[in-house]
Ligand binder design. Sequence first.
Ligand code: MN
Length: 130
Amino acid sequence: MNAERDRTAKILLVEDNETIRNAFAILLEDSGYLIEQAGSGAEAMDKVAAEKPDLVLMDLGLPDGSGLEITRKLKANPETRDTRVVAVTGRTLETDRAACMKAGCVGFLSKPINTQELLRRIPEFLGDGG
Ligand code: MN
């Protein structure tokens, strides 16, 4: 069975550093993805509800709280619980990774993000295999 999507995947970038966020927005748009952006947890909640992204790249350090807490809220809401979330953090201990997976994330990326790894793994994060 062909796992290729029949439409362009929409990715929500949640990152409070605007410079980093814009850089990854350009990278991912150039790779053919539709990009939405949020700079805070509150904005992330709004954008997930409004835009229904296929994937959320969730910075865990946000000005209004933890991205993990936002992830738990998304997972607790039947409307948003199926949203695929990948945690992005500079904290790379195995316990940090375990906490992300326990919160319901489908993956974990260490900061600084390796762009090649990101592009290679997005299909996996989207559940498209690869
Ligand atoms: Mn941050």
